[in-house]
Design a protein around this ligand. Structure first.
Ligand SMILES: Cc1cc2nc3c(=O)[nH]c(=O)nc-3n(C[C@H](O)[C@H](O)[C@H](O)COP(=O)(O)OP(=O)(O)OC[C@H]3O[C@@H](n4cnc5c(N)ncnc54)[C@H](O)[C@@H]3O)c2cc1C
Length: 478
């Protein structure tokens, strides 16, 4: 039986895994290998929270493979040399993998593919991460989309019923192969010490089984009413599938297929809204592929002259650690720190506060999210930051400045989210909990440990942001 290296990266699953399927269909024994080479990811090497997740996800995948008679080989880069050496030693004739779309990785992988082919190996990549390849959809003029609605309309018009398949119950053994010694997981990705990630695992279980359970919980619960419920920060109103989707523990096709298969059991509005959110993920990858400079630079060149404030370490530190004096912002930043995740509505609020009220460059926020989110994803994070800052594709206009107090009143009406993450405000009754500085005596008595005023006055911050925006030349936002 011939052998194919199954080079695993952000596709840490065995169901609906096109590279694995291809190996089995061709009668090749898959040799699953993960090669750790963060230094090859350019300016966006994975952050600390992402590495903590990957450690657990790899352990879960290794266990799944062993249950099926195979195993996961963990190695260290450089990737190309490692793949070539492994192919030579194991006698593999093919290298198969799922595509990734980060610009530095796309370039590296193209080089790897060419080099492997030149060396006489069969090298092939597959789409296992998206519903549509980023280059598949184009406007009538043949250009990339920069607006979500027509992008998604076109996607729905080209929709193929997402067919998926289960993990094979058994896999060919690797026992007869000559393999190099594997790197111990603890050497490759040591456990965080001290264990700052404990809070992550109270909410999430990395790995394919954890992903499947999260999908099932969503189908049994939050999907019903999702169209409205997704905006309320204190509730589990969304799927919380983002890290599982990022690491490919759950195929996006399976997530889409699951809500479609439920038929009338899920209201049309909820189903369509959820599919559209998966659509935003598709759109983010489309934009990143066509505009690979956007993780660092504005998509809208008009903003290149925007007068951002100079980086202010004191303001930034207070923002990062949830000490801004704005309750909903602080709640979000603390949720992020403790769980590695933040509610989408609150992500927009904290990003707006940073880029508009504080006028700090959006990259400052994108970098912090990159290090602290378990779902840190270059396409989605870039889009989220550029969208909120007003510099991106189909972005919220810069002049639309979120008022964090109004947002809290609307999307955390009982103040429960604030009380959970900023416990020193829990004694403060509503509406003081939304804006303690408006009730100074009460705040002084019932929340003495909380900053007595926001780091900038809300009205003054807003006015300064609008004045800065007014200095830009007129022109299309994007
Ligand atoms: C400033 C900012 C930064 C962000 N950074 C990231 C990031 O690094 N990684 C990330 O996955 N998402 C990011 N998002 C998008 C969004 O906040 C998360 O995808 C969502 O909160 C994940 O929760 P969920 O899985 O419960 O989402 P659900 O509402 O259940 O949505 C289902 C899936 O759709 C996708 N999705 C949902 N909303 C969006 C969106 N706005 N853009 C792109 N995809 C979306 C995600 O894969 C998500 O898991 C960011 C948003 C903002 C405003």
């Amino acid at each position: 039986m011939g052998t194919a290296l199954l080079w695993l990266r952000d596709d840490l699953r065995l169901h609906d895994q096109p590279a694995l399927r291809a190996a089995l269909d061709r009668g090749l024994r898959p040799l699953p290998v993960y090669i750790h080479a963060p230094e090859e990811e350019g300016a966006w090497a994975p952050g600390a929270a992402s590495l903590a997740w990957r450690r657990r996800s790899l352990a879960a995948l290794a266990a799944e493979l062993e249950r099926r008679g195979s195993r996961l080989l963990l190695l260290r880069g450089p990737t190309l040399d490692t793949l070539q050496a492994l192919a030579a030693r194991s006698g593999a004739e093919a290298v198969l993998w799922t595509r990734r779309y980060e610009p530095a990785i796309e370039q590296r992988d193209a080089h790897i593919k060419r080099s492997l082919r030149q060396a006489g190996l069969h090298a092939e990549s597959f789409n296992g991460a998206l519903l549509f390849e980023p280059w598949e959809l184009a406007t009538r003029q043949g250009d990339p989309y920069r607006v979500f609605t027509p992008f998604w309309k076109s996607a729905r018009a080209h929709w193929r019923e997402p067919r998926t398949w289960d993990a094979p119950p058994q896999l060919p053994s690797l026992e007869t192969l000559d393999l190099p010694a594997a790197e111990p997981l603890d050497d490759l990705l040591p456990a965080p010490s001290p264990a700052w990630d404990t809070g992550f695992w109270q909410r999430f279980t990395p790995g394919e089984q954890g992903a499947q359970a999260a999908l099932q919980r969503f189908l049994d619960g939050a999907v019903h009413g999702y169209a409205q419920g997704r905006d309320f920060a204190a509730e589990t109103g969304t799927s919380r599938l983002s890290p599982h989707l990022h690491f490919g523990e759950l195929s996006v096709r399976r997530a889409a297929a699951a809500v479609l298969a439920a038929g009338d059991a899920i209201a049309e509005a909820d189903r369509d809204r959820f599919l559209a959110e998966l659509g935003w993920r598709e759109f983010a990858h489309h934009v990143l592929h066509h505009y690979p400079h956007t993780p660092e630079r504005n998509l809208a060149p008009r903003f290149d002259d925007f007068p951002w404030a100079d980086p202010d370490e004191a303001l930034l530190e207070a923002w990062r650690h949830g000490r801004t004096g704005v309750p909903i912002v602080d709640a979000g930043m603390r949720e992020l720190w403790h769980t590695g995740w933040m509610h989408n509505r609150v992500r927009m609020v904290v990003a707006s506060w940073l880029t508009k009220h504080l006028r700090q460059h959006w990259l400052q926020g994108a970098r912090w999210f990159w290090d602290t989110l378990v779902d840190a994803d270059l396409a989605n994070n870039t889009q989220g930051w550029q969208w909120t800052a007003g510099t991106g594709a189909d972005a919220a206009p810069y002049f639309r400045v979120f008022n964090p107090v109004t947002q809290a009143r609307r999307f955390d009406p009982q103040g429960a989210y604030i009380a959970r993450w900023v416990p020193e405000l829990a004694e403060l009754p509503l509406p003081a909990r939304f804006a303690p500085w408006e009730h100074p005596q009460l705040a002084h008595r019932l929340a003495p440990a909380y900053p007595c005023r926001p780091q900038v006055d809300l009205a003054a911050g807003r006015a300064a942001a609008l004045a800065a925006f007014a200095t830009l030349p007129r022109g299309p936002a994007a």
